[in-house]
Write a protein that binds this ligand. Structure first.
Ligand code: PNS
Length: 163
């Protein structure tokens, strides 16, 4: 069975992430989406909450599993016996950081290959930080995230869907 790992902070999951996850799920027997710690970011949602949002947003994808891991991605890949890491690339600005991570992960676990999927043009601008900014300032986030998680995001800012 060919297994791929799709790591990220997913704070929260967006349509951009879901596009990459869906496409990865059509290429591999199984995709494990793993919520991880990005030491440079201060998350809005707890790890448990991010896992829960992802579970709901991917419930229609039978070969996608959601997990959390608090350690190194290279170690997680080893634990799961996975040799492919899938990352989404939005623009050139993502490249340097992703390139650095891919090389570091290969150094730490030579069995692992990072495969980049280019995001759909329609989601090039989209990021979790943008969703949080728009939600926090009273904007409409329906274009950015699936309906099943909208209330969870609005609630973080003391809003609700009926507003
Ligand atoms: O969605 P993000 O924030 O761009 O994802 C980055 C993430 C979480 C995949 C990255 O920070 C990561 O791999 N964290 C786990 C710890 C680790 O392995 N760090 C070394 C990466 S080279």
């Amino acid at each position: 069975m060919k297994l791929a790992i799709c790591p990220g902070s997913f704070d929260p999951v967006t349509y951009g992430h879901l596009n990459i996850i869906t496409r990865a799920a059509s290429m591999f027997d199984k995709v494990v989406v793993v919520v991880m710690i990005n030491g440079t970011k201060q998350p809005l949602f707890s790890c448990e909450e991010r896992v829960d949002l992802l579970k709901r947003a991917t419930a229609h994808l039978p070969n996608v599993e959601i997990d959390f891991y608090g350690g190194l991605l290279a170690d997680y890949a080893r634990e799961r016996d996975a040799t492919v890491i899938i990352k989404g690339l939005r623009a050139l600005s993502d490249f340097e950081y992703e390139f650095q991570m891919a090389l570091t992960n290969r150094k730490l676990n030579p069995a692992v290959e990072t495969v980049f999927l280019t995001t759909n043009a329609e989601y090039m601008y989209l990021s979790s930080s943008l969703v949080k900014q728009v939600a926090g300032l009273g904007g409409d986030i329906r274009e950015f995230v699936p309906p099943c998680i909208i209330q969870d995001i609005l609630q973080k800012y003391g809003r609700n869907e009926t507003e």
